[in-house]
Design a protein around this ligand. Structure first.
Ligand code: TMP
Length: 205
């Protein structure tokens, strides 16, 4: 039997990486076989590493379309190399970000949403996508704390993060799949409990 494919999404600083890690620790305790992964893929020889090092940080030099294509290519290779084989072996796959990130970030940079959906149409649908929802102000505060970021950069980004959050909230419209939104402005453990409840239900289906 195929494993379940779970995706954790959210704006920058929402806690997707923490929730991915906590979920995998829970799976481990339950004795379930799992693969923890993320997009963009950050390993050597992966397009995701090139994106992370050369495109995302430097995206004034590249069109939103070239970046969207790079993310989509990274994704299909990620699926073929890692996600699909693990699911076929019956493992649960937990990915920190997936095509939903492309559907919110690249249109916010100017790419056409329906075209972004089109170039991602060969990517397998997840069994559940959990959006960790936090207001943009909270995400900015967390990023500032984490990076010791300068306030000018933080304020420049506030509107961007607000728009990204709006796009996440509206994402379910037009996507025929199960998307759950959890309130991310609570302790890590409280958010994790909601995530576990959703995943438990998905696994029992
Ligand atoms: P992260 O590795 O710290 O999560 O950062 C990845 C950044 O890349 C984050 O700001 C979201 C963005 N991103 C996209 O713009 N499109 C995508 O398809 C993905 C997977 C990430």
């Amino acid at each position: 039997m195929e494993g379940d494919f779970i995706v954790i999404e959210g704006i920058d600083g929402s806690g997707t990486t923490t929730q991915t890690k906590l979920l995998c620790e829970w799976l481990d305790k339950k004795g379930k076989e799992y693969v923890r992964t993320q997009e963009p893929v950050k390993e050597e020889l992966h397009i995701g590493k090139v994106i992370k090092e050369h495109l995302v940080q430097d995206d004034d030099d590249h069109s939103p379309e070239s970046i969207a294509l790079a993310f989509a290519a990274d994704r299909l290779i990620h699926l073929e190399d890692r996600i699909i084989p693990a699911l076929k072996e019956g493992k649960t796959v937990v990915s920190d970000r997936y095509y939903h990130s492309s559907m919110v970030y690249q249109p916010e940079h100017g790419a056409d949403l329906s075209w972004v959906k089109e170039i991602n149409k060969h990517a397998r649908k997840p069994d559940a996508t959990i959006i960790v929802d936090v207001p943009a102000e909270e995400s900015m505060k967390r990023q500032q704390k984490r990076d010791g970021g300068e306030s000018s950069v933080i304020f420049e980004n506030l509107d961007f993060q607000k728009n990204i959050r709006e796009r996440y909230i509206k994402l379910e419209e037009g996507l025929e799949e199960d998307i759950y939104i959890v309130d991310g402005v609570r302790s890590k453990q409280e958010v994790h409990e909601d995530v576990v409840e959703i995943v438990r239900e998905v696994m029992e289906k």
